[in-house]
Write a protein that binds this ligand. Structure first.
Ligand code: 2NL
Length: 370
């Protein structure tokens, strides 16, 4: 039975016949009063004195009804205890309800109209910055890769991609890398099975492109490559390469030099100097290594270029006639040049990063700088 109903009935009807029963009944009233005092939702939108009036108003309040129905009609032997309990309750209500009303006002919605006692210091501070959803950023490798692609797209090259799991034929044989070559050892190459590897360079895509499109052909191939390397500051078992290939009639080493010189200047800045030195690769003849003047010390010598003033950035050469043939192109009609570079290495040089592992650790403190 709700407290409102109980206070409308005399003690006898409530089955209260002794002092203990009286005390239990008054205890129940106190609990109800306590609960209502904390019910901000209930009193928030009512006149300020609603809670007080409900309990203490002269007519029809809870206490007025207790006086009327419990005290005045109490059996003679219960009059003293009912009287004591009633007076104590009345004092408590007087003390507690004003405090409770003040608390309710304080907790009132800051949006309430003025005049309801809303405490405006509780209102949200609309001048504070809003919640911000952080935007992602382009991974430095992707950024550098796109920059390289844009330079070659501007020269009329197409971008070609291909499988990262390759046959040993496309990864090695078609490039004239013989069975006995140390790079085919499983110390260097990650084998899926005896005839299948994780590609160690993007060159196999160039063979596939020669077969697919024939000559003339102007393509760059960016992508992930894999080698059986222990990770350290300059090695990663997964890394990124970009290779380029130009096949046409009358392609010469001068075209190779001119194109790579233009590329290096676009990428590193017009002031960079480019140097070609002889080298060897099984799939090019002649072959070269490309050096750029150190952008850190401008060629003066520093720790990055090991005091030489030059940094090696890629390998290149004229495509070996047998490799053209392997790609289905007639070397008597066509010639071509090719190059290969490490995108990760270019990114390290461009941004002055000394540890390749930083690219692959997903540390936002590093990545959010790009
Ligand atoms: C290096 C060397 C190079 C190539 C890659 C190539 C591809 C075909 C034919 C001929 Cl299909 N050559 N690619 C040529 C010379 C060098 O890469 O040190 N890369 C980081």
């Amino acid at each position: 039975m709700a407290i409102d109903d109980k206070v409308g009935k005399p003690l006898t009807e409530l089955g209260v016949t002794d002092g203990t029963g009286v005390q239990a009944l008054f205890a129940e009233v106190r609990v109800a009063m306590e609960t209502e005092s904390k019910d901000c939702e209930r009193w928030r939108n009512q006149p300020p004195n609603a809670l007080r009036n409900r309990w203490l108003a002269r007519h029809n309040s809870i206490l007025a009804q207790i006086d009327e129905h419990w005290r005045k009609t109490a059996p003679k032997e219960l009059v003293p205890i009912v009287g004591r309990e009633f007076n104590a309750l009345k004092k408590e209500a007087n003390d507690k309800l004003d405090v409770a009303i003040a608390e309710i006002k304080k907790a009132e919605s800051p949006w309430a109209r003025s005049g309801t006692g809303a405490d405006r210091t509780q209102a949200p501070d609309l001048t504070l910055p809003g919640y911000c959803r952080s935007l992602g950023s382009i991974h430095p490798i992707t950024r550098v890769q796109r920059e390289m692609e844009d330079i070659f797209l501007g020269l009329g090259f197409a971008i070609e991609t291909g499988p990262e799991v390759e046959t040993a034929y496309y990864n090695f044989d078609a490039l004239d890398i013989p069975e006995s070559h140390p790079s085919r050892d499983d110390w260097d190459t990650l084998y899926v099975d005896a005839q299948t590897v994780l590609r160690t360079h993007t060159s196999p895509v160039q063979i596939r492109a020669m077969e697919k499109y024939g000559a003339p052909l102007y393509i760059v191939i960016p992508g992930k490559c894999y080698r059986n390397d222990k990770p350290d500051a300059s090695h990663s078992p997964m890394f990124h390469q970009m290779e380029g290939l130009a096949v046409d009639v009358d392609i010469t080493f001068a075209d190779l030099k001119g194109t790579l010189d233009f590329f290096a200047k676009q990428f590193f800045g017009e002031s960079v100097r480019v140097s070609f030195r002889p080298s060897f690769f099984p799939f090019t003849e002649p072959s070269g290594e490309v050096y750029v003047s150190c952008s850190i010390c401008d060629g003066q010598g520093c720790s990055v270029c090991k005091q030489s003033g030059w940094i090696e950035v890629m390998g290149c050469g004229m495509v070996h006639p047998q490799v053209l043939r392997n790609g289905g192109i007639d070397p008597d009609r066509y010639s071509g040049w090719a190059f290969g570079l490490g995108i990760d290495r270019f990114a390290m040089i461009k941004y002055g990063i000394d540890d390749i592992q930083l690219f692959f650790q997903s540390d936002l403190r590093f990545l959010s700088q790009f």
